[in-house]
Design a protein around this ligand. Structure first.
Ligand SMILES: [Fe+2]
Ligand SMILES: [Fe+2]
Length: 252
């Protein structure tokens, strides 16, 4: 686990790290391109990312005795903290949202706490792989839309943030591979459990979450989740669909 984390860290430090101040071309921000629809998408992503104190404290408490995992959690928390901030900066610098509006958003986030959706480190690794994968797919779509609209700022933001999510998903996949090598049947049972009960972290925390995602086109459909997240995960992990389906049926 430590080796997996060190590989993750080496790539992050050498190739992936970015900062909000130099790597987003803020000077190219054109208020004419910043639409209300962009604001609604970025605002819901921002709210979801702003729960990072809960994600990181609960996650770290769960894995504190697992050396590589605990260090990953601390690094991950910092990377995720940049996501909420860059979205917040976009909302205010573009003029789409006032400081007062964003402060009210922060207050609404602080009013509710996120709780771990699953109770074991192995289940949470499965959840992490799926959640990061789904977030990556959603951000990739936003990046492509921004590119088509010639919006260089949003394109850069979704590129940088999405690349982090992809790397996080890769880390969790590597952890699941270790778990599979140790206990294949129990790991597949956990994966089946997590897939059967999966929901995004903002679902149930952020008011009208699904409705808002649908209204602005920020979410991904259940079908896209299966096609672009679940099936590719199974391919990487070399788990057949039949094996997964059998594990899902065994839960019933
Ligand atoms: Fe994130
Ligand atoms: Fe992430």
């Amino acid at each position: 686990m430590y080796r997996v984390y060190l590989d993750f860290l080496e790539t992050a430090e050498k190739k992936r790290h970015w900062n909000i101040f130099n790597d987003v071309p803020w000077e190219r921000l054109e208020t004419s391109k910043a639409t209300e629809n962009c604001a609604q998408c970025v605002e819901i992503f921002c709210a979801e990312e702003l729960y990072v104190p809960d994600y990181s404290s609960n996650g770290l408490e769960l894995v504190r005795s697992r050396f590589g995992m605990a260090w990953f959690q601390t690094c991950w928390a910092f990377e995720e903290s940049r996501h909420g901030l860059v979205f917040r900066e976009y909302l205010t610098r573009s003029g789409l949202r006032s400081e007062a509006h964003v402060e009210a958003l922060e207050a609404s986030v602080c009013a509710k706490a996120w709780k771990l959706p699953f109770q074991t480190p192995r289940q949470m690794a499965c959840y992490g792989a799926l959640q990061e994968g789904a977030t990556y797919v959603a951000y990739r779509r936003q990046r492509d839309q921004a590119r088509s609209a010639n919006d260089r700022v949003l394109e850069a933001i979704f590129h940088l943030v999405g690349r982090d999510e992809a790397a996080h998903g890769g880390f969790y996949r590597a952890i699941i591979e270790l778990e599979l090598a140790q206990d294949r049947a129990a790991t597949i049972a956990d994966l089946a459990e997590v897939i059967s009960n999966f929901k995004m972290p903002g679902d149930g925390l952020i008011a009208n979450y699904q409705q808002r995602l649908r209204a602005c086109g920020a979410g991904i459909s259940a079908r896209a989740f299966v096609e672009h997240v679940v099936w590719p995960l199974l391919v990487t992990l070399q788990i057949s669909r039949q094996e997964l389906k059998a594990a899902i049926n065994a839960r019933r």
